[in-house]
Design a binder for this molecule. Structure first.
Ligand code: HEC
Ligand code: HEC
Length: 214
């Protein structure tokens, strides 16, 4: 009798003891999930060129979610030549739909960082090429959800260049059935040579995200 009462007390104490932790995890789940990202994308989501991880903070929720799903299903990051994508894919694989949605919402609420300009091409030529891009990505590269085209403004210029090359070299967006949006973009990238890529990315650098995070 005394023994079982003791058991109940011990059990209750344990349960109550664990409760606050369980609730703390629930409340902070988005932040806890984001901790899985900081080693590569940095605490402020501004990215880290040394590991090829771009700025993701402030990207639209729909785009973040779409890309996380592509990494989860290996539609992106599955190609053997996609060195950077292969770094991201294992994390994508571990995130279920609910976690992808939760972390996408959290990252999209972070302020878009002011990424440094690292490439220099010919602006006038880049502006001419950009006339093609703006049809989908918007006049100020702000993106267009209706066309599934993400903002390019505020992105790392080195990352935009790698992606254009990946699209052109059929490392990203190579499967029209599984990745129709990527495939549409790949068709555009195929028309650009290295100089045109450099010029257009330099021109995109002339736009700055609003509001600019310090
Ligand atoms: C081990 C390093 C690493 C970790 C950890 C990591 N990423 Fe990445 N991530 C990358 C790299 C590298 C790329 C660039 C892939 C490429 O070049 O195609 C990337 C790309 C992305 C992209 C695509 C961005 C775009 O503009 O298309 C998103 C979104 C993303 N990561 C979100 C996350 C989130 C959210 C987490 C945490 C849950 C995370 N990443 C954790 C390395 C990482
Ligand atoms: C027909 C519409 C269309 C046009 C025109 C277009 N894009 Fe895209 N672009 C897209 C779509 C859709 C995506 C998203 C692909 C995905 O979901 O992976 C994209 C993605 C990108 C990305 C990857 C961004 C990231 O965060 O990873 C870059 C870079 C890019 N486009 C650059 C350009 C440039 C430069 C031009 C002009 C030369 C251009 N695009 C023209 C539709 C377009």
């Amino acid at each position: 009798m005394i023994k079982s009462a003791f058991r109940i007390v011990t059990f209750t104490a344990l349960f109550v003891g664990f409760m606050p932790r369980a609730f703390a995890w629930d409340n902070d789940r988005p932040a806890e999930l984001y901790k899985l990202c900081t080693s590569c994308h940095a605490v402020d989501g501004a990215g880290n060129q040394a590991v090829g991880a771009p700025a993701i903070a402030g990207l639209p929720e729909w785009y973040l979610e779409a890309q996380l799903t592509k990494f989860h299903t290996s539609v992106r990051g599955g190609h053997v030549k996609d060195i950077n994508g292969m770094r991201m894919r294992p994390i994508g694989l571990t995130l279920n739909e609910e976690n992808r949605k939760t972390v996408a919402k959290f990252v999209s609420a972070m302020p878009r960082p002011n990424t440094p300009d690292t490439v220099k091409g010919k602006l006038a030529k880049g502006e001419a090429t950009f006339q093609v891009c703006q049809a989908c990505h918007g006049a100020k590269a702000e993106g267009n959800q209706a066309l599934n085209a993400p903002p390019l403004v505020g992105a790392n210029d080195w990352y935009l260049l790698t992606q254009l090359k990946n699209f052109k070299n059929k490392i990203r967006g190579y499967d029209p059935a599984k990745d129709p949006n990527g495939y549409a973009m790949a068709g555009i990238a195929a028309t650009l040579d290295d100089a045109a890529m450099l010029n257009v990315v330099s021109y995109i650098n002339s736009f700055k995200p609003e509001p600019v995070a310090k």
